[in-house]
Design a protein around this ligand. Structure first.
Ligand SMILES: Nc1ncnc2c1ncn2[C@@H]1O[C@H](COP(=O)(O)OP(=O)(O)OP(=O)(O)O)[C@@H](O)[C@H]1O
Length: 304
């Protein structure tokens, strides 16, 4: 039976509403274009992303792939050019300035790479954790800061100022600060970028603990592909789009997948296409249980 145009439109709308369902983070065809002195840079070009509540996810990509842009959007600092970005059902594109402020204070917590950016230097660890609670007018501050510092294994640093703590200790206190107001989402931008591997492992342990004990969704952005060993799911981002996913099973085995977007686009890994000199065109063949991708013959390549 043929559908009328209005039926098709209604169907498209209902399908659109269904994308992401009740995922905690939904990005649908997200676009961010920067314009500087008349030059346009497309930092995100139709990025799709779904992250469920309580997931611990890493977003990995080379320099310039769009990671920080995505994080700035999710943290409410930057407004994308087009598409959909929602956290917990809140629309990050159409949010009022007041809601944005509340979102940044209460819904999301961040940890930045530069240890010095996370903590106020003239306050102790305890005072740093209590500050966001004070700003939000919350009571029970001493109890909450003691609980979080203990959970993250830095209770012995409670009365120290940042310059009396190691980089790893400072980052673990920073996680406590980010968690103070019970956010549902914690975003970390290269949280171990300034640390050695042993200290990094401690910071990842602390992030994992926050994720498991408090059920908070954690998204870590990094250029370090080895981080995938520390998280449940790693999302690869390339040229402003999600391109691959690595999922770790409970047995620790990691399986890598390519991401198929909603219109059927797929990014083939560059080392695969280079190995077979695939450029511009490939030949596809549908088999009963897979799709074959073949280099085009020279005549197919030139379109002759
Ligand atoms: N404020 C800006 N104005 C103009 N272009 C920008 C701006 N911020 C980012 N870009 C460009 O957008 C693209 C994506 O940048 P982004 O910082 O998101 O990448 P990244 O993956 O975080 O890189 P890095 O790991 O180096 O921080 C790059 O080409 C970058 O030059």
């Amino acid at each position: 039976m043929e559908q009328t145009l209005s039926e098709l439109e209604a169907q498209a709308l209902s399908e659109k509403a269904a994308f992401g369902g009740d995922a905690h983070i939904v990005c649908d065809n997200l676009v961010r274009i920067y314009k500087t002195e008349g030059v346009e840079v497309v930092a995100l070009q139709g990025l799709d992303l779904l992250i469920d509540k309580g997931e611990l996810v890493a977003i990995v990509g080379a320099s310039g792939s769009g990671k920080s842009t995505l994080l700035n959007v999710l943290s409410g600092l930057d407004i994308p050019t087009a598409g959909v970005a929602k956290v917990g059902g809140m629309d990050l594109l159409s949010m009022t300035a007041r809601d944005r402020l509340r979102y940044r204070r209460e819904v999301v917590g961040f940890i930045w790479q530069q240890t010095a950016r996370n903590l106020l230097p003239y306050l102790t660890a305890r005072e740093n954790v209590e500050l966001p609670l004070k700003l939000a007018g919350r009571s029970g501050r001493a109890q909450r800061s003691a609980y979080l510092l203990e959970l993250l294994g830095v209770d012995y640093c409670a009365d120290r100022k940042p310059d009396q703590m190691s980089g790893g200790e400072q980052q673990r206190v920073a996680i406590a600060v980010a968690l103070a107001n019970s956010p549902t989402l914690v975003l970390a931008d290269e949280p171990t970028g300034e640390l050695d591997s042993e200290t990094s492992a401690e910071v990842f342990d602390a992030l994992r603990k926050a994720n498991k004990e408090l059920g908070v969704t954690v998204v870590i952005v990094t250029h370090d592909p080895l981080v995938s060993e520390q998280v449940d799911r790693t999302i690869g981002i390339r040229d402003g789009r999600t391109s691959s996913e690595t999922v770790r099973s409970s047995g620790g085995h990691a399986q890598e997948y390519a991401v198929l977007d909603r219109v059927g686009r797929l990014q083939l890994p560059r080392d695969f296409t280079n190995a077979l000199n695939m450029e511009r065109r490939v030949r596809l063949e549908l088999e009963s249980d897979h799709i074959g991708v073949w280099p085009a013959s020279p005549s197919e390549e030139t379109g002759e």
